[in-house]
Design a protein around this ligand. Structure first.
Ligand code: ARG
Length: 571
């Protein structure tokens, strides 16, 4: 629709210029005014004229009447003024030739653009805390982050994905104590991260009874900071084991990172940052700790060093931002974490600004809401967590059972169950507005008949099998064919994809794509249900419907790619 909106806007602006050369509106302004009427009977696109009333110094109805008289466009069948709106009815020819033609020509690139050409964006996402469980709380940063990266790539940006691992901090002191006291190297080699998490949980349970364990942990962390050989080796080993495990989950989601530089990577870069903060007069002592005072900006102080001189989370983030600017020369650096960390980001963004870094305005925090499962909150310390891999495993298992019933002879069943099961979790998660809290109910996510990932994947698979069965009908030309109402709705849904991509990008909101997928699936399934395709009433109708299905297949596939969902051909 963006193409069409631009065409219409060019023409509208021409008329406005003639009416009042002083109106001061750009073509982009005019494009942004368009709305979609609530009911397609009113039209396919609506242009609200009351927004123009002030600059045009005319009543909305008068503007609408004048526009109607003066506009003549071959892509529009009919223009109707109604209550300050001008409603446009798109011509069949435009939908069935221009829109369909564009999708079929652009194929895997349909929806892409070059708005980000020449610009670089760094994405800091997923970033689990090593040796702590990779739990469902990290699902948001992982899939929202990756989806945002994909969206930016699709819009022509150069993207860098960084997994800012939580691989430094006092939890390693605890882990080292726990390992030295109760650890079993062989068991950890065998069971991997689960065993590390068990040690972490045990540490907290024991420390409740014996507080001195916390002092011991602090001492071990200080040793680690000072380069103790044994502690360093243990720490490295914990990280290796954890990354190996995370990569299994990332593989299921088709996620790869360009860098795994975690917090520890910035350790040796901190002294220079501290010196700079001091030189710029920003560092203050506050009960022994070094902080940057942000009172003037309505925020609590940003904590840089503890009283014992060890660095804190914000200090490492400041060093990381400076390093990334030097290394990637980003235009934007996007951080995806739960909303609970918002203040932390606002604080260190401010500190970088106060350090005189103009590029700090390119730092963006994208927060998201909390997750509960079947109504239960999560807590790491008590071990009451749902691990991401367990959630995926459960989903895969359930999908496999459903497949056993529905389609017992399906080849590569397990592989497909992985794609559909993982896709179901991701889709369900990304259907929500990211900032809203979400209660995860696996049964709902897996409902093949609901507005779910499996339903979307099923629709996609449906287009694929149709294209396979009717491949020969895609070869010939389509003669003169006038689309019916059902087909029009699919064409209109196809037409809005590029602007939905831009909308998702602008709002950092993958749910725009998830909802788009549901809209397109709904339009396509109504069409599929009501119109014969392979046995259509005429050759032209058959050829047209096959192409419509092919275009839907491209658009759905492209949209899946933007939300980390695999394109499963047969289910
Ligand atoms: N490791 C942190 C956590 O799990 C998230 C890190 C986010 N990125 C950052 N640069 N601070 O809460």
């Amino acid at each position: 629709m963006l193409e069409l909106k631009k065409r219409l806007s060019g023409a509208i602006k021409g008329v406005l210029d003639a009416m009042n050369p002083e109106h001061g509106l750009t073509e982009e302004d005019v494009v942004s005014f368009f709305e979609y009427p609530p009911d397609t009977k009113l039209g396919d696109l609506a242009f609200p004229c009351f927004k123009l009333s002030k600059v045009m110094r005319r009543a909305p109805a008068a503007i609408a009447a004048e526009l109607k008289d003066r506009l003549s466009l071959d892509c529009i069948d009919k223009i109707e003024p109604a209550g300050g709106y001008l409603n446009f009815f798109i011509s069949d020819a435009y939908l069935s030739r221009d829109v369909l033609g564009r999708v079929l020509e652009m194929k895997e690139n349909y929806g892409s653009s070059d708005v980000g050409k020449g610009k670089t964006v760094v994405f800091d996402y997923s970033s689990p805390n090593v040796a702590k469980p990779f739990h469902i709380g990290h699902l948001g940063t992982t899939v929202i982050g990756h989806s945002l990266k994909k969206l930016h790539e699709f819009a022509g940006y150069r993207c860098v994905g960084i997994n800012h691992l939580g691989d430094w901090g006092t939890q390693f002191g605890k882990m080292i104590v726990a390992f030295k006291r109760w650890g079993d190297r062989q068991l950890i080699e065998e069971k991997g991260i689960d065993e590390l998490v068990a040690l972490y949980v045990r540490f907290h349970a024991e420390a409740e009874k014996d507080e001195s364990l916390n002092d011991e942990a602090r001492a071990e962390f200080t040793k680690l900071e000072h380069g103790d050989v044994e502690d360093r080796a243990l720490w490295k080993w914990f990280i290796e084991i954890s990354i190996a495990e995370y990569k299994k989950t990332y593989r299921q989601l088709d996620i790869e990172f360009d860098s795994y530089c975690g917090e520890s990577f910035y350790y040796d870069k901190l002294p220079a940052v501290i010196d700079e903060l001091k030189a710029k007069g920003l560092l203050k002592l506050d009960e022994g700790a070094s902080v940057v005072d942000l009172g003037e900006y309505g925020m609590p102080p940003c904590l840089i060093l503890k009283s014992d001189g060890s660095s804190l989370y914000p200090a490492r983030d400041i060093a990381a931002a400076i390093y990334r600017k030097k290394t990637y020369d980003f235009d934007k650096c996007v951080y995806v974490t739960d909303a609970g960390q918002h203040l932390h980001f606002m604080q260190f963004f401010k500190v970088l600004e106060l350090m005189g870094y103009d590029w700090a305005k390119g730092l963006v925090h994208v927060p998201y809401g909390k997750v509960s499962i079947n109504g239960a909150k999560l807590a790491t310390r008590t071990g009451n967590v749902i691990l991401l891999k367990d959630l995926f495993a459960q989903a895969i298992d359930k999908v496999e059972k459903i497949m056993d019933e529905k389609n017992p002879d399906l080849p590569d069943k397990h592989e497909k169950a992985v794609e559909v099961g993982v896709g179901a979790v991701v889709f369900y998660y990304l259907t929500n507005n990211r900032i809203k809290d979400i209660n995860f109910v696996l049964e709902d996510a897996l409902n093949f008949d609901g507005n779910t990932g499996p339903y979307a994947q099923y629709t996609y698979a449906r287009t694929c099998s149709l294209l396979e069965k009717g491949a020969e009908y895609l070869k010939g030309e389509v003669g003169d064919y006038t689309p019916n109402e059902r087909e029009r709705e699919v064409l209109k849904a196809l037409a809005v994809f590029p602007e939905r991509v831009l909308g998702a990008l602008e709002e950092y909101e993958p749910s725009v794509i998830t909802r788009y997928i549901l809209d397109l699936c709904a339009a396509y399934n109504v069409f599929y249900h009501d119109c014969k395709i392979l046995t259509a009433e005429s050759e032209d109708a058959r050829a047209f419907r096959m192409r419509l299905s092919q275009a839907t297949s491209f658009a759905l596939g492209n949209a899946f790619g933007l939300i980390c969902m695999k394109k499963t051909q047969k289910i």
